[in-house]
Design a protein around this ligand. Structure first.
Ligand SMILES: Nc1ncnc2c1ncn2[C@@H]1O[C@H](COP(=O)(O)OP(=O)(O)OP(=O)(O)O)[C@@H](O)[C@H]1O
Ligand SMILES: [Mg+2]
Length: 391
C-alpha cells in the first residue's frame, strides 16, 4: 500500500450531496500506512451523523477494493454548537447566533472590524462564519486573502470559502471583480435572503455579518430573516461620524436587536517607528454616545498602517500580528461580544417576531396601512420599509 494508492481509492468517495470527492475537497488528512493496514482522518464540515456514516462506509469499501485489509477511518465532524435560546423566524437554522456589524457612515472600518472580530472569535474556539452582506462594496474577499477565488456551486447551493479558521461568503466571490451591480430595494432583500438560505454554512456558533453602511433595506431584511442576537456599531471619533452612528444605534433599538457595544476606530494614531500615540480624529468621543444607548465602547482601535496593509494584502492583523496593540484590542472586543451574547442567551435570547412584515401572505404591504411596529425608514427611500419585496 502506498499513499498514492490510498488517495486514488479515496478519490472515488464523493462528499454526500456534491459531485466532488473527499480528496479534492481536501478533507482527507493524517494517512498512516503499515503494510496493508491503513488509517486516516476525514475532516468534514457537517455534524450530521448520516454524512459521516456514508463517507465511512464508502471509504472502507474503496480501500478494501484497493487491497487494504485493516481500515481505520476516523471522521472528524464539528461538534454541535451551543444552543441559542433565540426565537422567531430563522432561515439559517444551522447558525446559532448572528452578529450584525453596522455603521452610520461608510469607510469607518466596518469590514476591517468584522474580519478581525471574526478571526478573534474563532481563536476563542468558536465555529465562526463571516458574511459580507455589503453588496455595494464587497471588500471582505480581499481582506481575507480570498480575492478572485470562486466558490463551489452545486445546484443553487454554495460552499463557503475558508481562511484563517473561518467560513466566508461574499457577493464579491460570486461576481466578477470590478463588476458593478445596481441594486433596487427588492433585489437587496432577495440577495440577503439567498445568502442566508443557500450558503452551506456548517453548524456555526456565530455568523458575523458585515453590513452596507447606513440603515436601509439590507438591515431590515436581515432582522426579519434571522433572530439577530446582537449588533455592534463601528464609528470614528469625529462628531460627523458620531451623528450617523446614533442613527445606527437607534436602528438596533427599532429592530429589537440588543447592542453588544461600539468600536471606536481610527482612534488616535500609533507611529510605527516610535510607538508614540497621537490624536488625529480625536479619541474617546464615542463613550458618551454609547452611554446614551445603554452600551459601552468595547475597543478603541488606533490608526495603524499595518491594519491597512493587512487589509490590502489579505493578512488581517489579528492573525498576522496578534501581539500588536490593535490586535489585542480586537481580541478583547471579541471576548466582550461573546460574553454579551452568552448573557443574552442566558436571559432568553432574542425574538424577531416584532419586526416581521405585517401583511398576510400574497398581499402587498404597499397597499396596506402602516405596520404595527414602525419599521426604520430605508435610507434609499426605495422601499416602504415593510420588507414586502414588491418594490
Ligand atoms: N485602524 C485603522 N488603521 C489604519 N487603517 C485602517 C484602520 N481601520 C480601517 N483602515 C483602512 O481604512 C479603509 C476603510 O476601512 P474598511 O474598508 O474596513 O471600512 P468600511 O466601513 O467597511 O468601509 P465601507 O463603508 O466602504 O464598506 C481600509 O483601507 C482599511 O484597511
Ligand atoms: Mg466595508
Amino acid at each position: 500500500m502506498t499513499e498514492e494508492i490510498v488517495k486514488t481509492a479515496l478519490s472515488k468517495v464523493m462528499y454526500p450531496g456534491f459531485t466532488k470527492d473527499i480528496v479534492t475537497f481536501g478533507f482527507v488528512k493524517d494517512i498512516n500506512i503499515d503494510g496493508t493496514a491503513v488509517s486516516f482522518t476525514v475532516d468534514i464540515t457537517s455534524s450530521a451523523p448520516e454524512v459521516a456514516q456514508q463517507i465511512k462506509d464508502e471509504a472502507t469499501a474503496a480501500l478494501k477494493d484497493a487491497g487494504a485489509t485493516a481500515i481505520n477511518c476516523n471522521i472528524q465532524a464539528p461538534v454541535m454548537p451551543k444552543e441559542s435560546s433565540s426565537q422567531g423566524k430563522n432561515i439559517a437554522p444551522q447558525v446559532k447566533n448572528f452578529l450584525m456589524v453596522s455603521s452610520g457612515k461608510g469607510g469607518v472600518g466596518k469590514s476591517t472590524s468584522s474580519v478581525n472580530i471574526a478571526i478573534a472569535l474563532a481563536a476563542q474556539g468558536l465555529k465562526v462564519g463571516l458574511l459580507d452582506a455589503d453588496i455595494y462594496g464587497p471588500n471582505i474577499p480581499r481582506m481575507m486573502g480570498l480575492n478572485g477565488i470562486k466558490p463551489e456551486v452545486t445546484g443553487n447551493k454554495v460552499m463557503p470559502l475558508k481562511a484563517y479558521g473561518i467560513e466566508m461568503m461574499s457577493m464579491g466571490a460570486l461576481m466578477d471583480e470590478g463588476q458593478a451591480l445596481i441594486w433596487r430595494g427588492s433585489m437587496i432583500m432577495k440577495a440577503i435572503e439567498q445568502f442566508l438560505r443557500d450558503i452551506l454554512w456548517s453548524e456555526l456558533d456565530i455568523l458575523v455579518i458585515d453590513m452596507p453602511p447606513g440603515t436601509g433595506d439590507a438591515q431590515l431584511t436581515l432582522a426579519q430573516s434571522v433572530p439577530v442576537t446582537a449588533g455592534i456599531t463601528v464609528t470614528t471619533p469625529q462628531s460627523v461620524s458620531l451623528d450617523d452612528s446614533r442613527r445606527s444605534l437607534s436602528m438596533f433599538k427599532k429592530l429589537d436587536i440588543p447592542v453588544a457595544g461600539v468600536i471606536e476606530n481610527m482612534s488616535g494614531f500609533i507611529a510605527p517607528d516610535t510607538g508614540v500615540e497621537y490624536d488625529i480624529f480625536g479619541k474617546g468621543t464615542s463613550a458618551p454616545m454609547a452611554e446614551e444607548f445603554d452600551t459601552k465602547v468595547i475597543a478603541e482601535i488606533p490608526i495603524e498602517p499595518s491594519i491597512r496593509t493587512g487589509g490590502d494584502e489579505g493578512k488581517p492583523i489579528v492573525f498576522a500580528n496578534p501581539t500588536s496593540e490593535s490586535a489585542k484590542r480586537f481580541i478583547a472586543a471579541a471576548a466582550s461580544i461573546w460574553a454579551t451574547i452568552e448573557e443574552i442567551n442566558a436571559n432568553g435570547g432574542v425574538d424577531n417576531k416584532g419586526v416581521q412584515p405585517t401583511t398576510p401572505p400574497g398581499v402587498s404591504a404597499c397597499s396596506t396601512p402602516a405596520p404595527a411596529k414602525e419599521a426604520p425608514k430605508a435610507s434609499s427611500d426605495e422601499s416602504c420599509g415593510t420588507g414586502c419585496g414588491c418594490h
